[in-house]
Write a protein that binds this ligand. Sequence first.
Ligand code: GLN
Length: 483
Amino acid sequence: MFTFTSITQYHNNLLNGTTTCVEAVQHYLDNIGRKSSLNAFVEVYEKEALQSASFLDSERLAGKSIMPLHGVVVALKDVICYQNHTVTAGSHILNSFSSLYSATAVERLLQAGAIIIGRNNCDEFAMGSTNENSAYGPVQNAADITKVPGGSSGGSAVAVQAEMCMVSLGSDTGGSVRQPADWCGIVGLKPGYGRISRYGLIAYASSFDQIGIFSKNLYDAAKVLEVIAGEDAYDSTVSSEKVLPYNLLMQQRNEQTRPLKIAYFKEALEHPGLDSEIANAFHSYVAKLRSQGHRVEAVDFPLLQYVVPAYYVLTTAEASSNLSRYDGVKYGYRAHLAAQDDLTSLYKKSRSEGFGKEVKRRILLGTFVLSAGYYDAYFSKAQQVRRLLVEQNDQIFERYAAILSPTVPSTAFTIGEKRNNPVEMYLADIYTVYANLVGIPGVSLPLFQHSNGLPFGMQVMMPQFKEAELLVLSNYLMQLNQQ
Ligand code: GLN
């Protein structure tokens, strides 16, 4: 029987002949079929995946060497373009829209030998924290099917959690990779802004969006990152900062010999919305770190109360502009028109019928905060908050190597529980939006189990472009927890 623990182990098995890519793909296809009620996939590329697998197997038989992601079975969130495949951002408005090109990340995955197995369910246009805002219906958390998996990349998280692929790509604008990873008990890595090209990623809020990686372990996330990261002529916001051999560095620097200085935000741990068991687990973990000689300090961070409002003002403003292109003319869904309807009613009807409730709420909010009379009161203010956050962040990292926090203040919600309470729902983002506001990398590590039976994690953040250090430190933090 096929078993998967890591890409390296899988490659060893390919090399010593104990498995094949076809066997791997068949294993995941079987799991996808058996677990279809979780609703993690909206489309499965069964035939294609098997074909690529047998092609990869035959190449190896013909003596070709193994590629970095040879036969690695990957799933894609339904916001990442894959040429000649449907992509809908979980929305009716992109009904049966087919991608004209592949995202740079997808192109690089394929070139490295990966096999794309299917398209994952997600919140419409990546707006949500529970995957309930999807035109395809909610996704179930495999740890407890009455619970949501988190969002917006819920399907991609469950696909890895429930062994329906080896790794998956999601997108993280305010936590959409780290938060579902936390609720599903897996690794969720959001690299810093500008690390991975956004070309071919359907835009939600362009100055926040970043492709992220779900995996069962940190080494696999590192392997995928080194393939998909780096400069791209199609996205000028990608940095030319060198992409490092993250996986190798993790192996080489597997010992934490120096004592570290680590910060956490005092206000984050004092927040009334934080589950007490999560707070206790965090404090016990901090005590463990201190007992190893590390300095872990609480820093005052009064700006915490502004991060969620600033995030929602700025992202909805960007979204209202980004989503104006879906007008019933260029893409996907077009409303039926009556004889008297003109072009304006075509736009209005197509958008009213095509977009879901949460997306409409955000377009309205974003248009409002950008409107002439309110621009200064909301949009400019939020930008000023963002600037202050960046300054404070720089100051914190002058003194500390990393910032720790819980990833989410609670464990997974019950399906339907928060559907009518957007403000409570937005609070689930309180610890994750910070990294997107200031552009730094963050990862959620699957460390803990709640007495309610659900998993939860811890978030580690480091300065921009310190993904290598982030992965090395995270590896240490994971090992420390097992001691
Ligand atoms: N939950 C957040 C939101 O609804 C984050 C979404 C994301 O990262 N795409 O906006």
